[in-house]
Design a protein around this ligand. Structure first.
Ligand code: HEC
Ligand code: HEC
Length: 115
């Protein structure tokens, strides 16, 4: 009897472990992986680390000013890559403007600035 109970418990736990692992594997979706890759690339393009925009305790928090600006610039970048922009030819990334720096020299010099 005791063996039977123990075996049943073992079986239930084993099934539970397998399903929870499948669930765990599923919680990291392709979208999550894509988001992380995008975040790593974005950080490199700006020459910053995650904490420049995020509270590492809570990545969903959006109080940081840089987070808000980045969200807007992600939209702009998306628009520039759409058919209303360059349609991906060439592909516009953060690096196109930022060149590896969060703050960069963006005032144009040259004929277009001459009045
Ligand atoms: C330049 C600012 C910036 C940097 C640097 C940055 N992020 Fe983000 N991150 C954002 C913005 C803006 C969003 C919201 C994007 C959206 O909603 O489409 C976001 C979203 C996320 C999310 C999704 C949060 C959610 O709501 O589920 C995760 C996770 C994340 N970032 C992780 C990282 C990691 C890890 C790094 C470092 C490798 C990083 N980020 C670097 C600005 C940044
Ligand atoms: C079309 C050009 C352009 C693109 C593309 C662009 N940005 Fe920007 N970004 C700017 C300009 C201009 C500023 C203002 C720079 C300044 O005042 O120092 C800026 C400022 C920022 C700032 C604030 C920096 C600070 O410390 O004050 C963040 C954060 C930022 N951009 C994130 C991004 C991210 C993330 C991307 C890619 C998803 C991106 N930007 C793509 C032009 C661009």
């Amino acid at each position: 009897m005791a063996t039977k109970v123990a075996l049943t418990i073992f079986f239930v736990l084993a099934v539970d472990l397998v399903t929870s692992q499948t669930l765990l594997a599923k919680t990291e979706t392709d979208a999550d992986i894509k988001m992380r890759e995008q975040m790593v690339k974005m950080s490199r393009d700006l020459g910053v680390t995650c904490v420049y925009c995020h509270n590492p305790e809570n990545f969903k928090e959006s109080k940081n000013k840089n987070f808000a600006v980045a969200a807007q610039h992600m939209k702009i970048t998306k628009l520039l890559n759409s058919d209303k922009g360059f349609g991906g030819k060439p592909e516009v990334t953060c690096f196109v403007c930022h060149q590896g720096k969060a703050k960069f020299e963006y005032e144009l010099s040259g004929p277009s600035q001459l009045k």
